[in-house]
Design a protein around this ligand. Sequence first.
Ligand SMILES: [Zn+2]
Length: 190
Amino acid sequence: MGNFYTDVIQQDSRFQSARRVADLDLLEPTTRRLVEQIVDNAQKMGIALMVYETYRSQARQQELFKNGATRLVTVGVHHYGLACDIVRSIGGEPSWKGDFLFLGELAHASGLIWGGDWGNPDIKRSFVDAVHVQRCTVARQPALFAGSWYPDDTYNTYADDPQLRFAAATASKPTGSKSAARVPRPRKKS
Ligand SMILES: [Zn+2]
């Protein structure tokens, strides 16, 4: 049975393109909806964001690796339409300046894994990617890459693993930071 990766992404003309893609249409529909929700909620907080990168080909990953822009030679979750890089928009230009803790809070609230903590704020990571969100736990990645697993509409990253659920619960509490106080409460969906 097909999924968004096999039915849409693999059929797209940009599948092997080495160019950056920021098109929301190459995000799996639930991921797309959650990303749009994050951008909307940030806007309400007075923070202008832009979607910088959605789909990524293996060719582009190799380019980025060669240029030292990534430590990973093999393309990751971006390749499957389940990851998105969201940066600040300053005068219409992308910006990585300032802290992105608010993005972590919004990601947790929406159910996406945030690259700032990879799902667990209590674990210190050597590799942090504060503008990255994804709809797939780190534990699921091997199955995703092997083609044996792809999330359905009901897949919930934070219900996938008890440890991650705990992480989501602690992360949604105000931490005393300025941004945390303005974060909308996560909407409960069963
Ligand atoms: Zn990313």
